[in-house]
Structures are given as C-alpha cells and as structure tokens.
Design a protein around this ligand. Structure first.
Ligand code: NDP
Ligand code: 8X3
Length: 252
C-alpha cells in the first residue's frame, strides 16, 4: 500500500484530501495543530477505511517541531509516495499600511517557510527511492494580485516559484511536482482570514456558489490518478461565477 502525508488535515481541503486518499487506498500521515480534531479524524478514517493512519500534531512554522515530527515517522510509514503541502492561511484583508506585521509574518512563516521545512525533509527520501509526487496547494492568488492581499498573494506566488523550481530539480529522479490553484472555496479559510468574524467571512461568498472542499479533492484525485508518464503541472479552478480574483458575478 502507498502512503500519503498531508499537512493541515483538521479542516477544509486537508480533511477532504484525507478522506479521498483513504478511499483511494493510501495509508495516511495526517497533520495539524489541533490535537482534538486530529484524534477525531483518525477515529473517523479508521472506522471507514481499512488503512493505517499516523497522526502528527505540530506547527509547520516551528522548524524543530517539523524535524522532530518527520523523524518520528516509524519505518512502516517512511516511504512517502505523496506529499500534499496544504497547511496554510490568509491573515487579514486590509490595505498594506493598515495591516498587522504579525499577520504578514504568520502567512510567510506558514505558507512559505512551513512548506519549505516539510518539503526539505521529505524530498531526500523521494530522491533515494527515485519516486514520489509533491502537490503544493497554491491559489489563484499565486497567479494574480488583488487589493488588500499583497502578502497572501506574495506567499502563493512564492509557492508557485518553489513548485516550478522543484519540478526542474526533481525531473531527473522521476518525481512529479504539481500544484492546485483554487479561487473561492468555502472552508474555514475566510473565518481564519477575518480573525473569527463569521459575518465578514460569509460575505465573501454572498451572491455566488463557491467551490467546496470536495471540488478540490476531486482535483487532487485527478492529479494523483494519472498514469506514471503523465504529470499535471497546475490546475487553476474557480467557481463558475468567479472570473478572476476581483470579477465575480454575484446575484443577490
Ligand atoms: P482551512 O482554514 O479550512 O484549513 C487550513 C488548514 O491548515 C487547517 O487544517 C489548519 O490546521 C492548517 N494550518 C494552518 N496553519 C498551520 C500551522 N501553522 N501549522 C500546521 N497546520 C496549519 O483552510 P483551507 O482548507 O481553505 O486552506 C487550505 C489551503 O488551501 C491553504 O494553503 C490555503 O491558502 C489554500 N487555499 C484556500 C482557498 C480557499 O478559498 N479556501 C483557495 C485557494 C487556496 P490547524 O489550525 O489545526 O493547525
Ligand atoms: C484563496 C483564494 O481569492 O481569497 O487562496 O485569494 S483568494
């Protein structure tokens, strides 16, 4: 059986990815900071699927915690076939001058540095086996820049550069490197972005039907089920009512 490591499985895309990859028969390494949710997810997955699950609770911003978590992986799970770098967030949606520096730091530390810490630990294992697939969760924000989103957009532009660079460096080992770049998907993303303000979060999707986490799991499934000779570089996926980051057809 193959093994997949997914970061950020306590909510949203990551949780949906865990169910989808379990359904496809992967043993799972699930991660996140909220231990209660990780434990509940482990139980749910075990109940539904005949797979093995390892749960690792840590903050991807903490380099030592990443080292510790990855080096604690037992032999049984050590051959990681798929790495999904999903943990991430937007923090704040204000003009640059009014934004909090701590929000900027949280986005860069999670979306960019956290992704690098995990990838740096897993890539050597993939190189050794000359096999593997890295899927980075980027965003339409990695392709376009929108007002009040400069640093989130910068973090996802960085993810795209890292994805392209990894692809160049890993092609000789037969390792696939893909990304998924969604537009609006209703998860806990906007609640987190607006620091818990559920009303503001809901307004993001007013008058349109956003994507949901299952739509992104469908995209992941397509990417990981291609034949060995096919590598999907990036899939950019939006709600039908969203043309780009700032043009949406809202019907109220
Ligand atoms: P959610 O807020 O629902 O989920 C985010 C996940 O990331 C949670 O499981 C959270 O777990 C984890 N996470 C956040 N910070 C950390 C951290 N420091 N250490 C470890 N885990 C962390 O959002 P989504 O599912 O929507 O977002 C997933 C990814 O998709 C993100 O990278 C986001 O940027 C991207 N994305 C989202 C879009 C959207 O519209 N929803 C569109 C395009 C891209 P915990 O809090 O337990 O640590
Ligand atoms: C999340 C999508 O449009 O809020 O990455 O940046 S958007």
């Amino acid at each position: 059986m193959k093994t997949a490591l997914i970061t950020g499985t306590t909510s949203g895309f990551g949780r949906a990815f865990a169910f989808r990859l379990a359904q496809l028969g992967y043993n799972l390494i699930i991660t996140g900071r909220r231990a209660d949710r990780l434990n509940a997810l482990t139980q749910e997955l075990k109940h539904k699927f005949p797979i093995d699950i390892l749960s690792l609770c840590f903050d991807v911003r903490d380099k030592d915690a990443c080292n510790q978590a990855i080096s604690s992986i037992p032999t049984f799970f050590e051959n990681i076939d798929i790495l999904v770098n999903n943990a991430g967030l937007a923090a704040g949606a204000l003009p640059f001058a009014e934004s909090e520096l701590t929000d900027f730091e949280q986005m860069i530390d999670t979306n960019v540095k956290g992704l690098l810490y995990i990838t740096k630990l897993i890539v050597p294992r993939m190189i050794e086996r000359k096999s593997g697939h890295i899927i980075n969760i980027s965003s339409i924000a990695g392709i376009e820049v929108y007002p009040n989103g400069s640093v989130y957009c910068a973090s996802k532009h960085a993810v795209n550069a890292i994805t392209k660079g990894l692809r160049l460096d890993l092609v000789k080992y037969g390792i696939k490197v893909s990304s998924i770049s969604p537009g609006m998907v209703e998860t806990e993303f906007s609640i987190v972005r607006y620091h818990g303000d559920e009303e503001k979060a809901k307004a993001v999707y007013s008058g349109l039907i956003p994507l949901n986490a299952e739509d992104i799991a469908d995209t992941l499934e397509f990417i990981v089920t291609r034949p060995a000779h096919v590598s999907i570089n990036d899939i950019q996926i939006n709600p039908t009512q969203q043309a780009n980051t700032y043009v949406a057809h809202r019907v109220n």
